[in-house]
Design a protein around this ligand. Structure first.
Ligand code: AMP
Ligand code: ZN
Length: 119
C-alpha cells in the first residue's frame, strides 16, 4: 500500500497536485474524476489518508457520516436531477478484487442523464 507521502489523492487534497475542485472543508475534499463515466462524476475523499473502506473503524464514524450527508448535496449541486427521477450512484472500490486503483479512500459520485460510458 502506498505511503501518504506518495499518495496522489493526499497530494490533491493538499493542493500540490492540481484537480478540478468541487468542494473543500477542513476534513473533506471533492474533485472531478479525470476519466468520467457519466455527465456527473466526481470523487469525495477524506483529507486524512485512510487506504480504503477496509481500514475504517468506529473512530471514523463521524467522518464517514459527514461524507454520506455531503454526497447527495454535492450530487445535486453538480447537476444530478433530484430523487427519484434523477439520483446518482455512490461507489467505493475496495481492494484488488473490488477494483481499487488508488489506495486512498474515495467515493465515486456518478450521475446525470443516461447513457453512461460505464456503469
Ligand atoms: P478506483 O481506485 O478504481 O476507484 O479509481 C480511481 C479513480 O480515480 C479513477 O476513476 C480515476 O479516473 C481517478 N483518478 C486517478 N487519478 C486522478 C487524478 N489525478 N485526478 C482525478 N481523478 C483521478
Ligand atoms: Zn492518501
Amino acid at each position: 500500500m502506498n505511503h501518504p507521502a506518495n499518495c496522489i489523492f493526499c497530494k490533491i487534497a493538499a493542493g500540490t497536485v492540481p484537480s478540478r475542485k468541487v468542494y473543500e472543508d477542513d476534513e473533506l475534499f471533492a474533485f472531478h474524476d479525470l476519466h468520467p463515466w457519466a455527465p456527473v462524476h466526481f470523487l469525495l475523499i477524506p483529507k486524512a489518508h485512510i487506504p480504503s473502506m477496509a481500514q475504517v473503524g468506529l473512530e471514523h464514524a463521524a467522518l464517514l457520516g459527514r461524507m454520506m450527508v455531503l454526497a447527495p448535496q454535492l450530487a445535486l449541486e453538480q447537476g444530478c436531477k433530484p430523487y427519484p427521477e434523477g439520483g446518482f450512484r455512490l461507489v467505493s472500490n475496495t481492494g484488488a478484487e473490488g477494483g481499487q486503483e488508488v489506495h486512498h479512500l474515495h467515493f465515486h459520485v456518478i450521475g446525470g442523464p443516461r447513457p453512461w460510458l460505464k456503469g
